[in-house]
Design a protein around this ligand. Sequence first.
Ligand SMILES: CSC[C@H]1O[C@H](OP(=O)(O)O)[C@H](O)[C@@H]1O
Ligand SMILES: Nc1ncnc2[nH]cnc12
Length: 290
Amino acid sequence: MSDWTIGIIGGSGLYAIDALEDAQWIPVQSPWGAPSDEILCGTIGHVRVRFLPRHGRGHRLAPSTLDARANIDALKRAGCTDILAISAVGSLSEDLAPGRFVTVDQFIDNTKGRPASFFGDGFVAHVSMADPVCDRLSKHAAKAVLASGGDCTEGATYLAMEGPQFSTRAESRLYRHWGAEVIGMTAMPEARLAREAELPYALLAMVTDYDCWREDGDAVDVAQVVAQMQDNAELARKAVELFCRSLPRQRTPSPIDRALDNAVITAPDKRDRGAMARLDAIAGRVISQG
Ligand SMILES: CSC[C@H]1O[C@H](OP(=O)(O)O)[C@H](O)[C@@H]1O
Ligand SMILES: Nc1ncnc2[nH]cnc12
């Protein structure tokens, strides 16, 4: 076995992965709340894999209520070294047609009121989100899509909206003016939390629709998203499998493994014991040094 443990967060339409060997659903408790589901643990080739369906099996959970903190904490507790997240997204660009895969490299967070940090009173920390995804995982994911026979655009800006309703036409056009290229409801605060947890994170998005900004186009609905996801689900599964199988045996360290170096600002003697206890998995590395 190599030293990679890849957490896969499965989005709409991706609720399990068949390629996992010795697969077992295992419950993982988190002090932050209830993760979306048990974690499907197994291996693909030389890589340990921990798969978590973001909305739970059967898509029980809505984007606004799923507990992203519990999910990231549970994946960290399950030993993940890195996360590959998969999402269905709407396209805000003529060039990104439904069926195409996209690796996201920037985010605009327009979500409202979701708990978006592990840190707060009693243990304050500020990590950098300037470059919010892991470049090597993103490149590796794009290669895996191409090797699986899919089309992949590398680098796009993802607008995270609150939902659950889809956007109005005016909102959709506004987001295009902001420079967003794809739209979804889930990757924020997920990506922020992964960074706080020192987990390199990449988002492989699958374009399912053109949202509702096109002059003469129909507006997106769930049936359209699901139909496109079903068309591409096999390709997505194949890409995930190849992604794992083609990782090098040795995982060289990433700077993101140490994202909390120089991020914690609360003086050691002012840190709250309760806060630190909850942060055992997320920030244990820096807490034990403090
Ligand atoms: C089923 S359409 C809207 C739904 O799909 C996307 O989910 P995910 O990012 O988990 O693939 C979008 O963000 C919405 O949650
Ligand atoms: N158009 C859209 N808006 C928000 N989330 C989406 N997920 C898939 N398509 C979407």
